[in-house]
Write a protein that binds this ligand. Structure first.
Ligand SMILES: [Zn+2]
Ligand SMILES: [Zn+2]
Length: 115
């Protein structure tokens, strides 16, 4: 008995480098945060690169916040925005706006806590 798992479905292509992405979600670990990305389709290599390029520093704990994770947005002086983690490890947010940090428009995503 032989089953063909690929019947009828082409592999998804990375929206950054157009290489086939073997399966979703794409999973990377960056700065201690685990990121599971369903949409957009991005391969692990590109996702890690995006993390390095687009992550911001948390205004609360000083650690990196990777793109495609949930953030709290704080209004700072001079109209600037500061970002904080929306995780249990870094949770002294107080009154803040909730938002998503990403590159361009964001699709749905899931973040799983590393604890
Ligand atoms: Zn890629
Ligand atoms: Zn933090």
């Amino acid at each position: 008995m032989r089953e063909d798992f690929l019947t009828g479905s082409d592999p998804d292509l990375c929206s950054e480098c157009s290489q086939p992405v073997p399966g979703r979600p794409t999973f990377v670990e960056y700065e201690g945060e685990e990121i599971f990305l369903f949409d957009p389709i991005i391969c692990a290599t590109c996702l890690l690169e995006l993390c390095q390029r687009h992550s911001v520093v948390c205004a609360n704990c000083g650690n990196k916040i990777p793109p495609y994770s949930m953030v709290g947005v704080l209004k700072a002086d001079h109209g600037e925005q500061q970002y904080v983690h929306m995780t249990t490890r870094c949770s002294s947010v107080g009154s803040a706006f909730h938002g998503y940090l990403g590159k361009g428009t964001l699709g749905p995503f899931v973040q799983v806590e590393a604890c």
